[in-house]
Design a protein around this ligand. Structure first.
Ligand SMILES: Nc1ncnc2c1ncn2[C@@H]1O[C@H](COP(=O)(O)OP(=O)(O)OP(=O)(O)O)[C@@H](O)[C@H]1O
Ligand SMILES: [Mg+2]
Length: 469
């Protein structure tokens, strides 16, 4: 077994000789008669433990051990001292620069045991570090695997249809067809759930880049630093936790397509970097000076109005022009009611297979109420609604009403509810002489919500003693 290096530092020759004798059998012993000499040895030899005398000219033992701590905090540091109470020693111990102090004269056997224990804890610390490194490396490998899996899952989407016969969707498709064969940057806008990710995937898998990766990155879910490293990669040691060089998505997706979702959530610094990739096709890993080239098609997506973000100073105008080369807006589902039936049938088939369900279709009533609803969550909401209805339905058809409970929220079908609510608010207004705070409390809603209701129902409270102005 490899013997650990033990460095003994003392300006008294006698002590060096005696300690060497004590440890020579078990350790590779090195000796130094001054701090400076000790530091030289530390540079060349692998040392596990340093025993230093406190009282030495020029550099005291405590000062030396502080330097050792800075060079490699794993090395065990033991001080020998005739003094037990000098301020510098106490300070050094408190700062954690010293593992143990031994007062002179010492018992040879005690010292042996102390050193043996110390070296064991040195080994443990090394082992811990090694395990931590392995864990972090495994973590990095998992991340890479995750990217790969993400793109593999997306591949399944290539055979997924995009449903839409409404004129507005036909317009979307004709725009999409124009960008399939080239690498123009595309900006997809539309409310959540309208199909931006689906469309981006379609674009990738129907163009010349289909054999390379399609990767989606949401810009709103990671803090700036992590997003930067995710997109551009990093050099080992660029920040805590960067234990090895790592490729970013711009390198991984080289030749392929990168979907940057929620693009307006990017920080100003990252916006500049993205602009550089878009303009010059080059970027730098975090912590690196040289530029790398990449050829990635960018599809940006947002459910916000980018132009407004520019006006409000949250999004760089130059980046906006660069991203807005080919904008495609996907209208909300409520503006393409004629697609709802098709989508509903499509989802029914999709989930019937998944759930192994026997339901064959919708009742006319159910379809009508599906078409009446306004879908703030768009196609995603419609999908969820149908999956849920399928689970709840006793078959053979999905019926309106009880199977589609969320649809009772539709304004048309709420008239009765509204009437009841309005009547109740009016009753309470009278009962509490217009005290809105008390009415809100009794209804279990906030004052703001109550105000909104009053507005909706065009009720004007006479007075509101609940507010003191
Ligand atoms: N035209 C469509 N035909 C078939 N399925 C669709 C269509 N549009 C959307 N979907 C489906 O609806 C769900 C939501 O779509 P997607 O995730 O693409 O929306 P998104 O606009 O990216 O939403 P978000 O803004 O939340 O990211 C997906 O399961 C998708 O397959
Ligand atoms: Mg999306």
């Amino acid at each position: 077994m490899k013997r650990h290096g033990l460095l003994i530092v003392d300006d008294e020759k006698e002590i060096l000789r005696s300690l060497t004798l004590t440890f020579a059998d078990d350790y590779a012993v090195f000796t130094a008669s001054s701090g400076a000499e000790a530091l030289e040895i530390l540079e060349k030899q692998e040392i596990a433990l340093v025993i230093a005398d406190q009282r030495m000219p020029v550099m005291t033992g405590a000062e030396l051990l502080e330097r050792v701590f800075q060079i490699n905090s794993n090395i065990i540091r033991i001080i020998l001292t005739g003094y037990t109470d000098t301020a510098s020693l106490i300070q050094a111990i408190n700062k954690g620069h010293i593992y143990q102090y031994i007062t002179k004269p010492w018992e040879r056997q005690d010292l042996r045991i102390t050193v043996k224990r110390a070296v064991e804890s040195y080994e443990l610390a090394l082992e811990n570090k090694r395990l931590l490194r392995e864990l972090q490396a495994a973590n990095e490998r998992l991340k890479d695997e995750n990217i790969f899996l993400r793109s593999e899952v997306r591949k399944e989407w290539q055979c997924v249809d995009i449903i839409g016969q409404s004129p507005v969707m036909q317009k979307v498709f004709s725009l999409v067809n124009r960008v399939l064969d080239n690498s123009a940057t595309v900006l997809l806008t539309g409310e959540t759930g309208t199909g931006k990710t689906l469309l981006a995937c379609y674009i990738h898998h129907h163009g010349p880049r289909r054999d390379k990766l399609f990767i989606e990155q949401n810009c709103g879910t990671l803090p700036e630093m992590l997003l930067e490293s995710e997109l551009f990669g990093h050099k080992r040691g660029a920040f805590t936790g960067a234990i090895q060089d790592r490729k970013g998505l711009f390198e991984v997706a080289d030749g392929g397509t990168l979907l940057l979702d929620e693009i307006c959530e990017m920080s100003p610094v990252l916006q500049v970097k993205l602009l550089q990739v878009l303009q010059e096709g080059r970027f730098r890993r975090v912590g690196e000076n040289e530029f790398r080239q990449t050829d990635v098609r960018i599809i940006a997506a947002t459910n916000k109005d980018l132009q407004t973000e520019v006006q409000n100073g949250r999004f760089r105008a130059d980046l906006f022009y660069r991203v807005n080369v080919f904008p495609i807006h996907i209208p909300p589902l409520r503006e393409r009611v004629s697609d709802i039936r098709l989508l509903a049938e499509y989802c029914l088939n999709k989930y019937r297979r998944k759930l192994n369900n026997q339901v064959t279709g919708f009742s006319e009533d159910a379809l009508r109420s599906l078409c009446d609803y306004d879908y703030p969550g768009n196609v995603r909401e419609l999908e969820n609604l149908i999956e849920r209805a399928l689970i709840l339905s006793a078959g053979p058809q999905i019926e309106a009403g009880e199977w589609l409970p969320m649809l009772t929220m539709h304004p048309g079908s709420m008239t009765r509810l509204e009437r009841l609510e309005r009547a109740e608010i009016e009753r309470l207004l009278e009962c509490h002489q217009g005290n809105l705070t008390r009415i809100a409390r009794e209804l279990g809603i906030s004052r703001t919500t109550l105000w909104r209701r009053l507005n909706d129902y065009r009720i004007q409270p006479d007075k509101d003693p609940g507010v003191s102005k």
